[in-house]
Design a protein around this ligand. Sequence first.
Ligand code: GDP
Ligand code: MG
Length: 353
Amino acid sequence: MFVDNVEIKVRAGNGGNGLASFRREKFLPFGGPDGGDGGKGGDIYLVADADMQDLAAYKHRLIFKAGNGEKGGTNKKHGINGVDLLIKVPVGTAAYVKKDGEEQLVADLQGKGKKLQVAKGGRGGKGNVHYATATRKAPEIFQPGEEGEQFDITLRMKLITDVCIMGYPNSGKSTLLSAVSAARPQIADYPFTTKYPVLGVVDDGVQKYIWAELPAIVKGSGQGKGFGNSFLVHAERAAVLVYLLDAVSPGIVEEFARLKEEIKAFDLQLAEKSSIIAINKTDLIEDAVELAAVKEKLEETGLPVYEISAALNTGVSELISAVHKLVSEHKKRSIVEMGPEMVFRPKPVDLRD
Ligand SMILES: Nc1nc2c(ncn2[C@@H]2O[C@H](COP(=O)(O)OP(=O)(O)O)[C@@H](O)[C@H]2O)c(=O)[nH]1
Ligand SMILES: [Mg+2]
């Protein structure tokens, strides 16, 4: 079961109390205060782990606690700090905390190995050794440890992929992904075989990019029908979309328009991504003239159109080159868009005249 979204509770460790104690030595019955400080409570971190595929591990595990700090010891001994807790999450996971009824992003773990604190452990309390003054030689007081931070956190994972194959059920998405990569999604001639996103690495001989097959778009879901297209969030980070159409289905041009509407209804920005249309199953079409007319009509949308047969692997390498070219253009563009940071340095003012 693929889980891309879970709610967890995190409880950072409490700080240990400071200690109130007094030195006891032979011949020195009323020694001064020697109570040490409490240990700090453990912090909680999220760590992006490249080996994790999804958040299924946290579906039934709700509460995550870091260790509490121990209380201070005699002889000024510092209490042991609570153990930190690292929660591994898949790369591409974002964490949200609800504040005033609204979700706020608190951590976005895009890079492998990235580590971000989500709850801070409480500080340890001071022992009475800190409270001795000239007039108060034997303080019975100590500082209590501070409570650790506690949050309810929603983890949402969005796939990191360069390319997403989008299409209606049975258009051949799984067949295409198996033709272009080593991924082996289930292929069947009944709809909704693929219920979870599947990733494959596609190597064009020069570059490797990640392609994903998303579950089929549900017809009419944009109008609130069906069970929704929530998995489309996984296309948000993709550079390029491949719209896969079934050459056999009647009204391919209208079908494409509907597909686009469906995606727009979910997220306008998604529909504006660089895209390519691929007409699949062309091996089943005997009328070449009709196919050419459909292609021409689709080209009026301004998108490049490729004719392929994923099953026979024809036209597929041309499609891969075109898609990868778009991905690399996108990557170059986004480097420029991020740009170097602007630093404003005011010139030193000459005060001499
Ligand atoms: N003839 C032919 N059949 C295909 C082609 N691509 C996919 N199919 C068949 O179409 C059906 C649906 O394919 P699948 O990849 O599972 O579609 P998905 O639901 O979009 O992932 C399967 O029976 C495939 O064998 C193709 O290029 N030519
Ligand atoms: Mg499939």
